[in-house]
Design a protein around this ligand. Structure first.
Ligand SMILES: Cc1cc2nc3c(=O)[nH]c(=O)nc-3n(C[C@H](O)[C@H](O)[C@H](O)COP(=O)(O)OP(=O)(O)OC[C@H]3O[C@@H](n4cnc5c(N)ncnc54)[C@H](O)[C@@H]3O)c2cc1C
Length: 441
């Protein structure tokens, strides 16, 4: 391949957003991907006969196009799952969502939660000042401080007051008083929350849903961008390869892209440095027991227990674990605000200890696979400088014909379907834009 401008539009990253952009741009773009294969954060890894996704993934998209794309990719061989979700609080197992399933929890706690819920309803909810205030206004002080506050510290690694509410949309279910009371007085299952069913491929892990997007792409693997010269419109990769572009489409993490810019203005560098995210250590376990899972996933509020959430991949698809076995994936989050403070070996050891202590794994269980994956970019953190910093960086890049797409490209809390849609939208916009030359190799 020559190092001159063979293609007008060059794409960075072969995850959902980059693949989607390529497909909707009629594949008139070369994709350069740092890793050895496609899929991005939606990749699935086969390890000793077990399949683990890069963090728990399932599809709950309502978008018809993405639904069809995923179904076609797996030739309709998918599992439609009505997830059973649990919560671990103290030494109790509580159905999800906790607020409409309070029965069985200590009476004083239940009464305080209900009293504060009524107070919050009366005072009129909806404060958007910060996430902490939003939680208290919406759920009442006692419930907010006991459950989502604790979970936020484990999942988001910050105090709720440090976050805005811009990312929430429908991600958190807010019940009414009738539902709260019913859940406190009866044992009937109250499983209202924002996800009712999820979809998962019958075979091959979550990555199989992207097969339809991957077909026909011109992707080059093992190409890690290390320098971006926005004046010369030139990119350089770690392996020494260089090329010029007319427009650059980036789905790689925004702060990392900015770090690579030659002679980047100081204010843009500073804005990019303020952007924050969480990282996650995924603890993947394979156990020689078929009935390992009694739910699809559960949340853990206890702050002395390392993981905040545990999924059972073997409950999503029988293809995810060999016959006679079960698998689980636990998530341990950290960030610049809450460093991990221990080695990966220690994370693995403590997670196994913690899950044994709460009875998820028994002492008799034979653990046949135990490994960790450290994922540096997990959740984009919506702190109070997020919007302003992100806008400054994206505006600067747009002015230099660098278009950012996807969860880490746009630095936004996007699920796979939204990343795919944003890749598609950009392709449609650039096709309309007469300034861009669309050429083929
Ligand atoms: C723990 C976790 C759980 C999730 N669960 C779900 C879920 O249940 N359902 C759902 O729909 N979504 C889920 N998501 C979100 C989903 O993973 C993302 O929305 C999706 O992967 C974003 O796609 P993307 O293409 O924007 O980014 P990515 O998937 O990150 O793709 C970007 C690509 O750029 C490449 N790249 C990075 N740096 C460079 C470089 N320097 N040079 C070249 N290439 C580079 C990367 O290797 C990667 O392949 C989850 C995410 C996480 C972290």
């Amino acid at each position: 391949m020559s190092s001159s401008g063979m293609h007008a539009v060059v794409t960075l990253g072969a995850g959902p957003a980059g693949l989607s952009f390529s497909q909707h741009f009629n594949h008139q773009t070369d994709i350069y991907e740092k890793e050895a294969s496609w899929g991005g954060r939606c990749r699935s890894h086969m390890i000793d006969g077990f399949i683990f996704d890069e963090g728990p993934h399932s599809s709950f998209t309502k978008d018809v196009y993405v639904k069809e794309l995923f179904a076609e990719s797996v030739e309709d061989r998918l599992n439609e799952i009505y997830p059973k979700i649990l919560n671990r609080f103290g030494s109790d197992w509580v159905r999800h969502p906790v607020q409409t399933n309070l029965k069985g929890l200590p009476v004083d706690l239940v009464v305080s939660c209900i009293l504060d819920f009524v107070k919050a309803e009366r005072s009129g909810s909806g404060s958007l000042e910060n996430y902490g205030q939003w939680l208290i206004d919406g759920f009442g002080e006692k419930f907010a401080r006991t459950f989502p506050y604790a979970y936020t510290r484990k999942y988001w690694t910050v105090e709720p007051e440090q976050m805005t509410t811009n990312w929430i949309e429908q991600r958190i279910y807010r019940p009414d008083l009738e539902q709260v009371l019913k859940g406190a007085l009866s044992s009937e299952i109250n499983s209202n929350h924002y996800i009712s069913t999820v979809r998962y491929p019958g075979r091959g892990g979550f990555q199989s849903f992207l097969r339809g997007l991957q077909e026909g792409t011109k992707a080059y693997y093992g190409y890690e961008l290390v320098e971006l010269d926005v004046q010369k419109k030139k990119i350089t990769f770690k392996n020494g390869f260089e090329r010029y572009y007319e427009a650059l489409v980036s789905s790689m993490p925004l702060p990392v892209l900015v770090q690579s810019i030659k002679d980047c203005p100081t204010d843009i560098k500073q804005a990019a440095a303020r952007l924050a995210c969480t990282s996650v250590v995924l603890v993947n376990l394979g156990v020689a027991r078929e009935n390992l899972a009694n739910c699809h996933w559960f949340y853990i509020y206890n702050e002395d227990i390392l993981p905040c959430r545990v999924h059972f991949p073997s409950a999503y698809s029988a293809d995810n674990s060999p016959p006679g076995t079960g698998s689980l994936q636990a998530e341990v989050y950290y960030s610049r605000y809450k460093p991990l403070g221990m080695s990966l070996e220690h994370v693995l050891e403590k997670t196994i200890q913690d899950l044994t202590a709460i009875g998820v794994i028994s002492k008799e269980d034979q653990i046949i696979l135990a490994q960790c994956q450290d994922v540096k970019h997990a959740q984009v953190l919506y702190h109070h400088q997020h919007t302003e910093s992100r806008t400054a960086v994206l505006d600067y890049l747009e002015k230099h014909d660098v278009h950012c797409i996807g969860r880490y490209g746009e630095w936004a809390y996007l699920w796979s379907d939204q990343s795919i849609i944003n890749g598609k939208r950009l392709a449609e916009r650039l096709i309309k834009d007469k300034r861009i030359t669309i050429s083929s190799s």
